[in-house]
Each structure stands twice: as structure tokens, then as C-alpha cells.
Design a protein around this ligand. Structure first.
Ligand code: MN
Length: 356
């Protein structure tokens, strides 16, 4: 597949704010009422609504899309996959930078080869991938996940499309899971992560990144893989168990992989905090932990989930691009591509397997 030429960097970016405001005349003039909003604010977008949640209006029309597809392969009508970007990092507790993850992954994905040699097909252009504009990240974690991601994911699922969410920190995931769960009441969640994310709240915030799995567990049972950082507790709701496969014990292929998948219900949402993989695979992430999944062990797990269950949504979160290298965002883009291939090939069967 010929690659597209690199994009012209020609964005008409809004002028950076002036270096420094003019020195104010003097104290005496301070009587004047200060205008409520600075004029600069109105510059480009005339009073855009705070949160755009109309699926149609969020669609990116040009070619700055995930996987660098031709615009006619990315329309909402044609695409089976719809990718949301949530550049949110409001509750991070350690390293920063996950807010820049979605744009970096999108750019990296434009360099990802569209042929998937594991399944032997080009699933991405065949099924179409529709890119949505990034959500508005100037908000709380709850506003992001419940006020934006939840209603948009609902529309994607109701339209018969497959939702994909790119973070941002892990706090973005619950809204997507809730929307998918409402359409698939038997939903279970396959959760790759270094951290169990099972604190009921963190820093008094129930929508913290450290509480993502606790929120999800209010609706769904969970199978966790790669875990190596957690509190001492017995996790999980009695009706919605959380099965934990700790990385220290389960880091090589084995029968445990089939057992883990067997604990999932028929319909599965996959949530991947990239720190579940080893830092050698994803060095750029907010809270790295040594000793995670190898690339191929993670792929084999995901392939098994796709072969044995019906995946109905996924997210990839916590990529924090590192200055001067592209390793993590490229791995994130590649992971998205592999998952799309596995879902097309194994979950959709013949529909995904036809030759063009
Ligand atoms: Mn994590």
C-alpha cells in the first residue's frame, strides 16, 4: 500500500496569545470595570457549544484520519468502526502527557501498514474507519466520560457501528463501557493493565483514572490481565466477579490464557491500558511498572478473545508520547490495527473474510 505523503503542516493555528499584556495605565485607572471575557477568546470559533455530542457533527471529513484512509473510506455511512479521541488527563497522579496521546496515535496510525499479516487481509480499508473530532478536554473526568463519551458511544452502537475509544487517561473508559453494556446486558470486560484500578475513589474522585475498573464493575464482571500494582482487597461485586491474573504469575503463554477467556461472557468490551504491556513495548505511559506483558503474549491473548468471544467495543488508553521518539504512539496505533483485524477476521467471520 502506498503511503500518503506527509501532511502539509499548514494548519492555520490560532495565533499564540501575546507575550505580555500591555502594562496597565496605572492604579488610578483601575476604576474602569474589567470586561467580563477577554476579546481574544472569541477569536476563531464563534461560541461553540461546550460539548459537541452529535455523532454526525463530530465526523472528520478530510484525510487527517486514523490510518490515513481515503476520505470516502471514512464516512459514517460506510464505516463499521468509529474512533473517538478523548485527550483527557485531568486526574493523572504521576507522569503527565496522556492528553497528547490520541493525536500522536492518530498521526502514527497514518504510517501503519494496512495489510495485517497475521490474518492475511487488509481489514481496515475493507470495513472503513470513521474518525471523530477529539472531545473537549476542558472538563472534569465525569463530564468527559459520562457527558461526552457516553452519549456518543450510545449513538455509535445504536447506528450498528463498532465503537473504538482512544485516550487519554483511563478515566475515559467507563462511559463507553456503560453505553455498550446498555445494548449488551451480558457484557463482560477484558482489562489489560498494570494497575487494578479498583479503588472506589481516588483523591475523593469516583471518576479518577485509578477508579476506572471500580466504575466498570458497577455494570460488568471483569477479567484483568497484567496486574502488578494493586491494594490488598478482595475485588469485585459478588454478582460481577473480577478475576485477576497477576503478571508475576501469568507472564508466559499457557493454559491460563484459555481459562481467562473462558471467564468472559459472550459479548466482551476490551479496555487496554498500555501500561499492562511491558515498558519495553510502551515506554511512554503515565505510570509505568516493570514486568508487563510482552507484545506477542498480549496479541495472542487478544486473538483468543476475538476467536472465542464476540468483541463489541474497545479502547486503548494511557499512551503519553515521549519527546524525541515515536515508539509508544506507534505501538498504540499498531495495537488498534491488530485488534481491528482480529475482530474483523474472527468475530465477524465470513463477513470479515470476503475477498475484495
Ligand atoms: Mn494502568
Amino acid at each position: 500500500m502506498a503511503k500518503k505523503p506527509a501532511k502539509k503542516a499548514a494548519k492555520k493555528a490560532a495565533k499564540p496569545a501575546k507575550k505580555a499584556a500591555k502594562p496597565v495605565a496605572k492604579k488610578a485607572a483601575a476604576k474602569k470595570p474589567v470586561p467580563k471575557r477577554p476579546a481574544a477568546k472569541a477569536a476563531r470559533k464563534p461560541s461553540a457549544p461546550k460539548f459537541e455530542t452529535s455523532l454526525e457533527k463530530l465526523v472528520v471529513k478530510g484525510d487527517d484520519n486514523f490510518f490515513g484512509l481515503e476520505p470516502d473510506e471514512t464516512t459514517l455511512k460506510r464505516s463499521r468502526f468509529v474512533v473517538m479521541s478523548a485527550p483527557y488527563e485531568g486526574t493523572v497522579s504521576y507522569g503527565k502527557g496522556t492528553g497528547a496521546g490520541p493525536a500522536a496515535i492518530r498521526r502514527a496510525s497514518q504510517q501503519v501498514e494496512l495489510f495485517d499479516e497475521i490474518t492475511g487481509r487488509e481489514h481496515i480499508p475493507r470495513h472503513g474507519v470513521c474518525t471523530l473530532k477529539p472531545f473537549n478536554a476542558r472538563c472534569t473526568a465525569e463530564q468527559m466520560t459520562m457527558g461526552q463519551i457516553y452519549p456518543v458511544t450510545r449513538q455509535i452502537v445504536k447506528a450498528g457501528k463498532f465503537p473504538v475509544l482512544v485516550g487519554g487517561e483511563h478515566s475515559v473508559s467507563p462511559g463507553a463501557v456503560k453505553a455498550v453494556w446498555e445494548s449488551y446486558p451480558d457484557l463482560s470486560v477484558f482489562h489489560i493493565d498494570a494497575h487494578s484500578d479498583m479503588r472506589d475513589a481516588y483523591h475523593d474522585n469516583k471518576f479518577s483514572h485509578a477508579s476506572a475498573a471500580a466504575r466498570i464493575n458497577e455494570w460488568c464482571p471483569i477479567v484483568q490481565v497484567g496486574i502488578r500494582s494493586r491494594e490488598k482487597f478482595e475485588p469485585g461485586h459478588p454478582d460481577r466477579p473480577v478475576h485477576v491474573y497477576h503478571a508475576w504469575q501469568y507472564h508466559t503463554p499457557g493454559a491460563w490464557m484459555d481459562e481467562a477467556v473462558s471467564r468472559l461472557s459472550r459479548n466482551v468490551y476490551v479496555t487496554i491500558d498500555v501500561d499492562g504491556f511491558d515498558p519495553s513495548v510502551f515506554p511512554g505511559t503515565g505510570t509505568p511498572e516493570p514486568g508487563g506483558l510482552s507484545w506477542y503474549l498480549g496479541l495472542e491473548l487478544l486473538r483468543k478473545v476475538a476467536q472465542l468471544r464476540n468483541i463489541v467495543g474497545f479502547d486503548v488508553v494511557e499512551v503519553a508520547p515521549t519527546k524525541g521518539e515515536q515508539v509508544s504512539e506507534f505501538a498504540g496505533a499498531r495495537l488498534m490495527g491488530r485488534l481491528i483485524a482480529f475482530i474483523s477476521e474472527y468475530c465477524w467471520g465470513s463477513k470479515g473474510g470476503e475477498e475484495e
